[in-house]
Design a protein around this ligand. Structure first.
Ligand SMILES: O=C(O)/C=C/C(=O)CC(=O)C(=O)O
Length: 221
């Protein structure tokens, strides 16, 4: 596998996200555990990296943090088998799947798409690329998120319902996975609202930490 995956957020074309992949998070929002992965897409224009703030989207009154392990794809594939799925992984990233929960609740009631709730500008803050070799077991990583220093989410990737190989195999039956695409593997319990001026911090075992400020649409706090 070759390529400069450190630039995945500049050149990657797809963000495939998995919803309700942790039992405790499905339960906290009153949802049943899915029988098959619940997929949605976020546009590449939703990426931001550290130093750029998260902007509350127009009309949103309930913006939630969701801390997630992202898988960075290194090798193109369609109909990838579960057995060979890890050969398609270049590495990992710590990410936030920022969610306009009020938009999502309305969409759920109306049966309309989640795009505005999940794909608005700045809704995918990401940390630095973590090479695959640096991670002994991606299915046993502590994952935490704090808001203004207070711990909100504290999970472990061992509690994912669908494993990374299963997700890669499943997703690639519908979306060809390409180098620099990422898969967001879902969030553990503890999601909560943030407002302008708040600071969100996240951590992935001893591998990565991120910090993002939340601002209003005009850039103010
Ligand atoms: O079903 C809901 O009410 C909300 C689901 C999500 O936002 C799910 C995720 O994005 C996730 O579990 O990571």
């Amino acid at each position: 596998m070759s390529g400069n995956f450190a630039r995945f957020a500049e050149v990657g074309r797809k963000i495939v996200a998995v919803g309700r992949n942790y039992r405790d998070h499905a339960a906290e929002l009153g949802n049943a555990v899915p029988e098959t992965p619940l997929l949605f897409l976020k546009p590449a224009s939703s990426y931001i990296t550290e130093g750029t703030p998260i902007k509350i989207p127009k009309g949103c009154s309930s913006l939630h943090h969701e801390i997630e392990l992202g898988v960075v794809i290194g090798q193109k594939g369609t109909d990838i088998s579960e057995g060979s799925a890890m050969n398609h992984v270049a590495g990992y990233v710590l990410a936030l799947d920022m969610t306009a929960r009020d938009f999502q609740s309305i969409a759920k009631k109306k049966g309309t798409p989640w795009d505005m709730a999940k794909g608005f500008d700045t809704s995918c803050p990401v940390g630095k690329f973590i090479p695959k070799d640096a991670v002994a077991d991606p299915h046993n990583l502590e994952l935490w998120c704090k808001v203004n220093g207070a711990l909100k989410q504290n999970g472990n990737t061992k509690d994912m319902i669908f494993s990374i190989p299963y997700l890669i195999s499943y997703i690639s039956q519908y979306f060809t996975l390409e180098p620099n695409d990422i898969i967001l593997t879902g969030t553990p319990a503890g999601v909560s609202g943030v407002k302008a001026g708040d600071v969100i911090q996240g951590g992935l075992a001893k591998l990565a930490e991120i910090e993002f400020k939340v601002v209003d649409r005009s850039g103010g706090s």
